[in-house]
Write a protein that binds this ligand. Structure first.
Ligand SMILES: [Zn+2]
Length: 313
């Protein structure tokens, strides 16, 4: 059994996006409330070995940059427990079995967009896949001839990436002004210090380089939680972007852009021609509609939490 004398949550006093001390509490709910207990049982499939009496889920919002974040986050001991023992298995074979042709086309489209944007030969383009998971993006970039490397915390994923030829870099010693492009897919919502990490990534970009940040959009979930005042009223999809313990930073388009600004980065407004030119599968009616709509809602009237950020040239 886990040691019950150690605190399992630690407080984040300052905004993790801009580091200012301007947060106000949006919502507080005991971690053993019926709604959160039901979520934990479903999400962790009954593997939770803790009692959470006396602890609260606290969602705060920074009055300066607007970032909503969990003010109480798991201690390093609890994080290990969650990721090693509670989370459902995410072996590579299982994850890969959910990937269809459209998912690979989507990755290929992103890589083609990157190559089209820089107009370089693939082998000249240096890219980093930061927090690469099972390295799907990195492998796709490599298949197009890009000089790609990756950073990741999970040892089993690092070993896999090495086995398919991805070079590994140390996240604590990223080279200065090295990369044309840094990919981050579903990473920043998990980080204890997202603002600090983004500054490190910005420093590792060449002038004119791009970092892609793609995170869950928490706007709707925050609105529902504040309206209902309880997790009990939220469905699984509503909870996902603000999930206790895991999605500790709850971004909206505006707070993501504000964090970029703190790091000296500005959102890119890519041309529709370039975006359309880098996606395939247009002759399938259902998919074509998605291909037509996505660049518009993402980049023309941007409200989404998929943003290409540029370091000034
Ligand atoms: Zn802030």
């Amino acid at each position: 059994m886990p040691d019950s004398t150690q605190p399992i949550l630690v407080k984040r006093e300052r905004c993790p996006g801009c580091h200012r001390d301007a947060a106000k509490l949006l919502h507080s709910e005991p971690l053993d409330s019926p709604g959160i207990t039901r979520y934990m049982q479903d999400h962790y499939e009954g593997r939770v070995e803790r009692a959470f009496g006396g602890y609260d889920y606290q969602l705060a919002q920074c009055g300066h940059c607007g970032l909503a974040f969990q003010a109480q986050v798991p201690s390093s001991e609890l994080i290990e427990e969650i990721y090693d023992r509670w989370l459902p298995a995410t072996e590579r074979a299982l994850v890969a079995s959910h990937f269809g042709l459209d998912d690979y086309r989507y990755l290929a489209g992103q890589v083609e967009f990157m190559l089209g944007h820089f107009g370089l030969r693939p082998f000249e383009l240096k890219a980093l896949d930061f927090g690469f998971g099972w390295a799907e993006w990195a492998k796709m970039a490599g298949a197009y001839g890009v000089d790609v490397c990756g950073a990741e915390l999970s040892q089993v994923r690092i070993e896999y990436a090495k086995s398919v030829g991805i070079r590994i870099v140390d996240t604590r010693a990223l080279p200065d002004r090295e990369f044309h492009f840094i990919n981050t897919e579903q990473v920043f919502e998990h980080l204890l210090e997202p603002g600090t990490v983004l500054k490190q990534l910005a420093a590792a970009l060449r002038p004119g380089g791009l970092v892609k940040i793609s995170v869950p959009d928490a706007a709707k979930s925050i609105g529902k939680l504040l309206g209902a005042k309880s997790f009990a009223a939220l469905g699984k999809d509503d909870i996902m972007p603000i999930a206790p313990f895991e999605h500790i930073n709850a971004f909206t388009h505006a707070s993501l852009v504000a964090m970029g600004k703190e790091a000296g980065l500005a959102p890119l407004r890519p041309s529709l021609r370039k975006l359309y030119n880098s996606s395939s599968g247009w002759l399938e009616p259902k998919a074509a509609l998605k291909r037509l709509a996505r660049p518009v809602y993402r980049h023309v009237y941007p409200k989404s939490t998929f943003v290409y950020f540029a370091r000034p040239a």
